[in-house]
Design a protein. Structure first.
Length: 311
């Protein structure tokens, strides 16, 4: 279990711990559920296979198509724990003091800039919803910036919580190429509408001067899409894009990610998907003026690795 450092306020700490517990419980439920399915399949596999084969012979439909027809409108749940290695570029202003913030990939391990993330997706037919949570800590090396007292060495530290959720509609679900070919590709496109809530606790550690701290939270409405391509040999490729803010919370925000996946069996038939990819999130939020000015104008980006498990 990952513990995030230094959140201001007991409520935020409890929120982080509660979410971590829920994700761990979900993983345990997945393992237990998968084990029960495996045992049930062993007990009834021969009977089910004979029934399906008989129906397929009578109706000239393949076994895989019968399974798809039977389950396409059932509820499905997917949990996705994953890790995001964070690099960041931009500017942050706290109580009127502005500092550039830049962490490249060489600094990730030195400063332990990681985010733990967990996503849950629920679907029934063409409609569904999702909840994505991100808990991270960012720290930069000291850099010389101009402050009210003159040039100073400043280190930026940020505790970050992002909760994103929404609803989606499967607008496209089709097969590319010859459906009778063993090399067919399935393509899916979901349209998304939702929101993203961000909590920031930011500290400017100024050498030989008092530190400057500030915390903010804001909510952004977002719209976007997710596409999935299922290729032969259990390979898949996914992309996601969204934009929002529209001055409701931040001035503007956008997000892009892409992952390459490989499906395999985990207490079931190809119900797990190991994912590697890259994610980028841009936010431009500002509030106040003068000595009370706060601004968070950054792009957070980096590689991601995770595991999607279908319950």
């Amino acid at each position: 279990m990952i513990i995030i450092k230094g959140f201001g306020g007991a409520i935020m700490r409890r929120l982080v711990y509660l979410t971590q517990v829920l994700i761990c419980v979900s993983l345990l439920v997945c393992i237990t559920h998968g084990a029960s399915i495996c045992m049930a399949q062993e007990e009834t596999g021969q009977t089910e296979n004979s029934d399906i084969n008989l129906t397929a012979d009578n109706n000239n439909v393949s076994e895989s198509e019968l399974v798809k027809i039977k389950t396409k409108d059932d509820w499905s749940i997917t949990i996705i724990p994953y890790l995001w290695m964070l690099a960041i570029d931009g500017d942050v202003t706290v109580k009127g003091t502005k500092s550039p913030i830049s962490v490249n990939f060489g600094d990730i391990l030195d400063n332990l800039n990681f985010a733990f993330m967990g996503e849950v997706r629920v679907r029934k037919g063409r409609i569904g919803g999702y909840l994505d949570s991100i808990f991270g800590f960012l720290e930069t090396n000291r850099k010389t910036v101009q402050t009210g007292g003159g040039p100073a060495k400043v280190k930026v530290k940020v505790d970050l919580v992002i909760l994103e959720g929404g609803f989606f509609y499967r607008a496209i679900d089709t097969t590319l190429g010859n459906p009778d070919s063993g090399a067919k590709t399935n393509m899916k496109l979901d349209l998304i509408a939702g929101g993203r809530w961000t909590y920031l606790e930011t500290k400017l550690d100024i050498k030989s001067s008092p530190n400057v701290k500030g915390d903010k939270n804001f909510f952004d409405p977002i719209v976007g899409f997710t596409s999935v391509f299922d290729f032969p040999h259990k390979i898949n490729f996914s992309t996601h894009g969204d934009l929002g803010g529209f001055s409701v919370g931040s001035e503007f925000t956008w997000q892009l990610w892409a992952t390459l996946g490989y499906r395999f069996g985990l207490f079931g038939d190809d119900n797990a998907n190991v994912l590697v990819g890259y994610r980028a999130l841009s936010q431009d939020y500002k509030d106040g003026s003068g000595e009370n000015r706060f601004r968070w104008d950054v792009i957070i980006h980096g590689p991601i690795i995770g595991l999607a498990i279908d319950l």
